[in-house]
Every structure is written in C-alpha cells, then in structure tokens.
Design a protein around this ligand. Structure first.
Ligand code: 5AD
Ligand code: SF4
Length: 490
C-alpha cells in the first residue's frame, strides 16, 4: 500500500524542456519522500506540466482538470497543481476555468514546487509562483525572475538511465510572431559552461552515455565570462566531448540564422557529436517568413542547408513547418511544398497554425486560412515528406550502422521480456528496430539494415552475445523482422 499522503502523479505535455522540468520536479519531490503513481485519483499531489504552443495542448489540460473537479471536491486534501507554460502565461484564466486548482507555478519557479506543496497542505490556501511578464520590468529584472531549475539529478527519474537532457539555455529572444515561448519562458539566458560540464560529468558517472543539450535556440548559446572570454556551443560540445563515458552529444533546437561554421566544424570533427541537425524553417515562402518575423529568407536557409551538408558529409537534417499561417496563399504553400520536396529532410514536424492570444501575429493578422485548408496542407506536406523519408531510408538498406539501444519498441512492449523487438537510434538519429535480448538495452550495437519504411529502419543486430545460452548471433539475425507491407506501429 502506498502512503496516501506521499504519492505523486504528474502529466507532462509539450517539448523536451517540459520533459526535463518534470523529471527535475519529480526528483525534488521524491527527495521529500514522495512516490510516483500512475493514476491521478490515487495520488495525494496531482501535477500538470503544461504547454501553450498550440491551443489544443491547453484544451487537453483544461479537460483533464475538469475531469478531476469532482475528485477534488470529494478529496479536498488532494493538492492539485498547474505548472509550466500555461501557468506562467494564463494564471488568471487557470484560476477562472479551474478554481479547484491549488497551485499555479510558472516555468521559472519550479524549484519552489516542494515548498509550495507543503504550503498548500499547511494553509489550504492556493499558492502562486510566477516570474515577471516580459514588459513587467527591466530586462535584467525580468531575466532574474526566471530561474533555471537544474538541481542535482535523480538518475532513477530519467526515461532511460543512459540518456539525459541537459539544459544549456532558457528562454528565447527571437519573438517569432506566432510564438508564445518568449512570454512563457522569458528572456534568453545561457547557463555557465562549467555548470553544464559538471552536470554532464555527474551524468557520465551515473552511467549516462548520451546527452541531449536543450535550448529553444540552442545554437544561439553564448556565455560571456566577464573577462573577455566567450563560450559558444561549439566550445561547450568540445568540453563535453572530453568526458569519459559520454559517447554521444546531441543538441536541439537550432535557429537557422545562427548555424555558424564553428559549430558545423565541431559536429564534423568531434566523433561523439551526433550528425543530426534539427533546424526548423517553418515556411518555404519569403512573404510568410517575413510575417512570422523569422529573420531569414528561403534563399539564406537553402544556403545554410547546403553549407551544413558540405561541411558535415552525411549529416541528417530535420525541420518544423507551420501550415495555414495568416495570409498563406496557395502559391505560398506551393513554395513550401517545393522546399520540402527538394530539401530532403530526414523528417519534418508539421503543425497547423494555432493563433495564440498575446502574440504579435494574433494582434496583427487575421487567422484567415480555414481549418479544412490547414488540414489539407498538413496532409499534402506530410505526403511529400514521407516519400522523401522512404527514399532516404531505402538508400540505407545494406548499411551497417551503430545503434544505441533505447529499449523495447512499441511492438516489443507487447512481447514478453527476453528476446523481443528493440529500438534505438543511429548517429544520424535514424530510428532502427531489430530483435535482440533485453540485456542489449543501453549498449551501442552494430546493426545491418535490411528493410525500410518511411519512419523506421529494420535491421539485424551483429552480436557476439549468447544471451542466457539460448540465442546465437545467427538466431538474432534470423529473428529480424520480415519485410512489411503496412507501416508498423512504433
Ligand atoms: N501554431 C502552430 N505551430 C506552432 N509552433 C510554434 N508556435 C505555433 C503556433 N502558434 C510550432 C513551430 C515550432 C514548433 C515547436 O511548434 O513549428 O518550431
Ligand atoms: Fe518560438 Fe521563434 Fe523562439 Fe522558436 S525561435 S521558441 S519559434 S520565438
């Protein structure tokens, strides 16, 4: 039986930043004796770590809060908290639409969660902890109100013990007209490289093999040491590269204009740097990019693509797109289709424009593209991307790749432990599934690629292991998935 007064449920939506924030909040509550449970109604503290990037993500949270209304009424001792972007941006609305919420904690105040939980329990009064709005004070003052929450890590809270996100920057100063992030995450601030390196060392000591450095515009990372020295992302990666035990270094998300040669040179030269760049372009039309205030043209993005591929041979590049942005004509959209067709992205994340109150685009432009048109454009773009992804994957059939094994695939999760379908990623971030023993999880394996779908490569592991004496390398190979006609569910 759980101690009913020390159980915690947390639901996380949104980006890697939120996943990391939740990991750290859970870690800090566990240190206070809380135990994680997977049913909200069985928990004494129920937290939602929220996302505001699109309206849909917010509505999901309001629905979840609505479903808990009666539970909270019947169990008034339960502490219900809204954390993250929605909390920072819409505290008033959260209070109005979900008055049964006890705690509203913004992205820059998460370190206070344990203290606020205790305060709610003690006083039964709602608690609010928010950073300043972007126009509520001077830049320094606003920046200081957003704390980077990076306490000592709790290895057991990571999705896998051998992979970790490491925050290197918080906030964003780009102010793309459609985006809430500069409001929800505050001014761009880079962490001290010594602190980042120390965190990576600690992670390596705990058996972590892969670190993913995260920031909203991670390649804009810069830290002024105050004595004339300045650290860039390339310098930081070089330092992390020297840490024994760390085998792979990734970084997301990149801003196209800040893709400098020193960074590309570092990615090429440093063997542990993953040869993968996520560089969202958002649109293939200059007029749209201008209204989005993305600060580059399609021509300069193409130049960046070309330069990246020239400097880092074999690099895989992926992108994000927003379809149906204000005033996106059929002609504008065709230009985006052309770009996707030609750019050969490894994959693309495609979103329908969602107007966000408080953003420049919402103030200045009408959301004039009907939902059906947004949907159609989304599907059309995805279809072109899928053709390219399949093409890219097919070219990899016959390749031998190094795969960091992450765990059972979706198929493997439904199979008994032992030998089952596992999934992992290559040095170019391609997903590979293959059959193997669970004890391979966390290892880097050589895998021969045999089959391809638009989303997945299928391979056979080369292993000298004879797990439990039950399986020879040949057995592993013979268990490689048969060619598939339909797309596997991963
Ligand atoms: N509507 C739709 N998509 C958005 N994104 C950011 N803001 C919006 C919005 N208002 C997308 C962008 C970004 C990704 C994380 O989310 O493509 O790169
Ligand atoms: Fe949002 Fe633009 Fe900043 Fe990305 S760069 S977080 S899209 S404002």
């Amino acid at each position: 039986m759980h101690d009913r007064t020390k159980t915690l449920f947390i639901e996380t939506v949104g980006c890697q930043m939120n996943v990391l924030d939740s990991e750290l909040v859970v870690g800090s509550l566990r240190r206070q004796g809380y135990e994680l449970v997977h049913d909200a109604t069985a928990a004494d503290v129920v937290l939602f770590n929220t996302c505001s990037v699109r309206a849909h993500a917010e509505e999901k949270i309001y629905s979840a809060l609505g479903r808990l209304r009666r539970h909270k009424r019947d169990n008034p001792e339960v502490v219900l908290g809204v954390l993250g972007c929605m909390a920072q941006k819409d505290q008033e609305e959260v209070r109005r639409r979900a008055p049964h919420v006890d705690m509203v904690v913004g992205t820059g105040q998460l370190a206070r969660v344990p203290e606020l939980v205790e305060e709610v329990k003690r006083t039964r009064e709602p608690q609010y902890a928010l950073s300043l709005g972007r126009t509520d004070g001077g830049k320094q003052e606003v920046a200081a109100s957003f704390e980077s929450f990076d306490p000592p890590r709790d290895a057991s809270m990571r999705p896998t013990p051998f992979q970790a996100y490491v925050r290197i920057q918080i906030g964003c100063d780009k102010f793309c007209t459609y985006c809430v992030v500069p409001a929800t995450r505050g001014p761009e601030q880079s962490r001290h490289p010594d602190h980042i390196v120390a965190e990576c060392r600690q992670l390596a000591g705990e058996g972590c093999k892969e670190v993913t450095l995260i920031g909203q515009t991670v390649n804009s990372y810069k830290f002024d040491h105050g004595d004339g020295r300045r650290s860039r992302l390339s310098d930081l990666i070089s330092r992390i590269h020297d840490i024994a035990g760390i085998d792979r270094i990734k970084f997301v998300t990149n801003f196209p204009k800040d893709m400098t040669d020193d960074l590309l040179d570092a990615v090429r030269e440093l063997p542990k740097a993953v040869k993968y760049l996520h560089v969202p372009v958002q649109s293939g039309c200059d007029d749209v990019l201008k209204r989005m205030k993305r600060l580059y043209t399609v021509g300069s993005y193409r130049e960046m693509l070309h330069r990246s591929r020239e400097k880092v041979p074999g690099v895989a590049i992926s992108s994000d797109f927003i379809v149906g942005f204000c005033g996106e004509s059929e002609k504008s959209f065709e230009k985006t289709m052309d770009l996707v067709h030609e750019a050969k992205f490894k994959n693309s994340f495609i979103f329908k424009y969602s107007p966000r109150p408080g953003t420049k685009a919402d103030d200045l432009y009408a959301d004039d593209i009907p939902e059906e048109v947004k949907k159609r454009r989304n599907n059309d773009l995805l279809a072109v991307q899928n053709v390219n992804s399949l093409e890219d994957h097919k070219q990899r059939i016959g390749d031998t790749v190094e795969v960091l094994v992450e765990g059972p695939s979706k198929v493997g999760e439904r199979q008994p432990a032992g030998v089952r379908q596992l999934t992992g990623r290559t040095m170019t971030d391609h997903i590979v599934v293959f059959d193997g023993h669970d004890r391979l999880i966390g290892q880097t394996l050589t895998v021969h690629i045999r089959e391809a779908s638009p989303f997945t490569l299928y391979g056979a592991a080369e292993t000298g292991e004879v797990p439990g004496g039950e399986l020879t390398p040949r057995d592993v190979e013979s268990k490689a998935p048969a060619p598939r006609r339909s797309l596997p569910v991963l």
